[in-house]
Design a binder for this molecule. Structure first.
Ligand code: URA
Ligand code: SF4
Length: 184
């Protein structure tokens, strides 16, 4: 599938129960040849209403996180989620929902060919790395996703609730930046 075919397939998808309550699918946004890929969990209310990932409060914090390492959405950055439809009441996507949605993300990654993937939070990290490990044990290391380096940090929505962890997230971003510099 090329980008247009993939976008169409996602917008018509009924492969898992999340399609029933969505207003629209949230495909992803940014530079289709980005070096950086940020992966969140799934759309929230604002994202479901607008069709763009990370546009609510957590998204504003994500934009600040990007700015801290001199990035912005659209330039060398692509942003998407594990599931493309909003889980009701912002619950975590189930293992089945994530599994059903996985081929879209896999194809996005194949098309983008990012140099580095940043997993935002537990759901993204555990699904991408196919493990059950905690964020604290996954942070601070370079993991491997099908040959692409992958770094784990906290989800911005979690950081909004737990400000003391913000400093750790900033450390993760610096680690990601230096990892990227060593790749380039
Ligand atoms: N949280 C996510 O994980 N993804 C979004 O797109 C918005 C909030
Ligand atoms: Fe399809 Fe993914 Fe939406 Fe489920 S979450 S309906 S698999 S696009």
């Amino acid at each position: 599938m090329n980008w247009d075919q993939l976008r169409l397939a996602v917008s018509n998808c009924t492969a898992c129960p999340l399609y029933e309550k969505r207003n629209q699918t949230v495909f992803g946004v940014g530079d289709e040849n980005a070096d950086w890929l940020f992966v969140g969990e799934g759309p929230g209310a604002r994202e479901d209403a607008t069709g763009e990932p990370f546009v609510g409060q957590a998204g504003q914090l994500l934009d600040q996180m990007l700015a801290a390492i001199k990035l912005n959405r659209g330039q060398q950055v692509y942003i998407t989620n594990i599931v493309k439809c909003r889980p009701p009441n912002n619950r975590n996507p189930s293992a089945n929902e994530a599994r059903q949605c996985k081929s879209y993300l896999t194809r996005q990654i194949a098309l983008i060919k990012p140099k580095l993937i940043v997993a935002l939070g537990k759901v993204a990290a555990q699904n991408l790395l196919q493990c059950e490990d905690s964020i604290s044990s996954l942070r601070g290391k370079v993991h491997d996703y099908s040959g692409i380096p992958l770094i784990v940090t906290y989800h911005p929505a979690y950081l909004l609730r737990s400000l003391p962890e913000k400093a750790k997230a900033w450390k993760d971003l610096c680690f990601a930046q230096s990892t990227m510099q060593s790749i380039e």
